[in-house]
Design a protein around this ligand. Structure first.
Ligand SMILES: C[S@@+](CC[C@H](N)C(=O)[O-])C[C@H]1O[C@@H](n2cnc3c(N)ncnc32)[C@H](O)[C@@H]1O
Length: 348
């Protein structure tokens, strides 16, 4: 057993206090390597042959740089996820016209000076990310302005942190009560981008209101921020983009139904398998990079905490109770099985 030789407190990236301990190995104590560590959630498999209940080696069919296996230790016989097509990037419905790309910044290589980078200035004259661990978001914002196709910087620019695809080894696994779910085999640091929510970008009014679709994500950046109760963010904070005029703010505020949504029912990526929790470890962040229309923002999921390997990844779906209606016009309810101590007991 190691000895604690020193301990101290530090401010973490998200402002919380982190307690750190320096340990000293005792004489003759063997080295501990990470593959000997047993996480309380189980043991991370070291190879495909070690994965228990494997039903699919890679649900992405090679589209992502890192394969995503699916496991099922619940059903007998075990089944794999079906009924959709994996697609790593967003598809745009024929009747949706994306706005033209904005001019972007004039930086070269990587953006470093927030006073001269036009994209940094849109974020309140600072970069929204720190470079640690390949880029971590400092705090949740109404919207994050990243560099885009017309910017002078290259793909390694810190202000493109959410554009680099999956970084962590993810797994889709079957649960007894919530269907499929997602976890990571790697530790995910707080503020790290986990994945984008992809699917078909479409007009909300074009969604099929008759058949059940549990995979629709309404693009509603301001509502998303209001939903982050614990973060105490208020409309009008420094990060509200000046590019959105105050008239536009009022417009967005009064709109009860967002104009656009992402439908991942038939086509989508790993995000479509991420469940809701009343105490989530991910949060939703709207990101604008090529154009500046907040109604068509990209939807990213970031780590809200340091997430240990094998903990289920979840975000708050943000439904108000009794806000969902069925095709018969009656209020629909769905039980929540997130298991959090303060679970609201219903998703909606
Ligand atoms: C976007 S999908 C998530 C993936 C889904 N579990 C699957 O099997 O494909 C949303 C659906 O998952 C289920 N779900 C997600 N979170 C849940 C929770 N906390 N409790 C119960 N069901 C949940 C509900 O059926 C919900 O409509």
């Amino acid at each position: 057993m190691e000895q604690v030789v020193h301990y101290w407190a530090e401010k973490g990236i998200s402002g919380f206090t982190i307690f750190k301990f320096r340990l000293r190995r005792q004489d003759g104590q063997p080295l501990l390597t990470t593959n000997q560590v047993q996480f309380s959630y189980g043991r991370v498999p070291q190879s495909v042959s070690e994965i228990r209940g494997l039903v699919c080696e890679d649900i992405t069919g090679g589209q992502e740089d890192i394969p995503i296996p699916a496991t099922n230790l619940v059903d007998d016989p075990p089944v794999a996820p079906t009924g959709y097509k994996y697609c790593k990037s967003i598809q745009v419905a024929k009747n949706v016209k994306l706005p033209t790309n904005v001019p972007g910044c004039n930086c070269n290589g990587k953006c470093v000076d927030p006073r001269t980078c036009a994209c940094a200035r849109l974020n309140g004259s600072d970069f929204p990310y720190v470079s640690r661990d390949g880029g971590r978001l400092i705090e949740a914002k109404d919207v994050v302005f990243e560099c885009g196709p017309n910017c002078g910087c290259g793909p390694d620019c810190l202000n493109r942190t959410s554009q680099r695809g999956l970084k962590y080894r993810l797994e889709v696994f079957r649960t007894p009560k919530k269907g499929w779910a997602v976890r990571s085999w790697d530790f995910i640091p707080s503020g790290a981008p986990v994945c984008e929510y992809t699917g078909i970008l479409m007009h909300t009014e074009d969604t099929d209101s008759v058949s059940e679709n549990n995979y629709i994500f309404d693009i509603d950046c301001l509502q998303t921020m209001r939903g982050l109760g614990g973060r105490e963010r208020r409309f009008g904070d420094v990060s509200v983009p000046t590019i959105i005029s105050s008239d536009r703010h009022d417009d967005l505020r009064s709109e009860s139904v967002p104009e656009f949504c992402i439908d991942a029912g038939s086509t989508g990526n790993i995000a479509r398998f991420i469940n809701h929790s009343c105490e989530p470890n991910l949060f939703v962040q709207c990101v604008l990079s090529s154009h500046h229309d907040i109604k068509l923002a990209r939807v990213m999921l970031f780590a809200a905490d340091n997430i240990p390997p094998l903990q289920e990844l979840t975000y708050d779906y943000g439904y108000a109770l009794d806000s969902v209606y069925g095709p018969d016009g009656k209020i629909k309810q769905m039980a929540c099985y997130c298991g959090a101590p303060d679970c609201r007991k219903r998703l909606f």
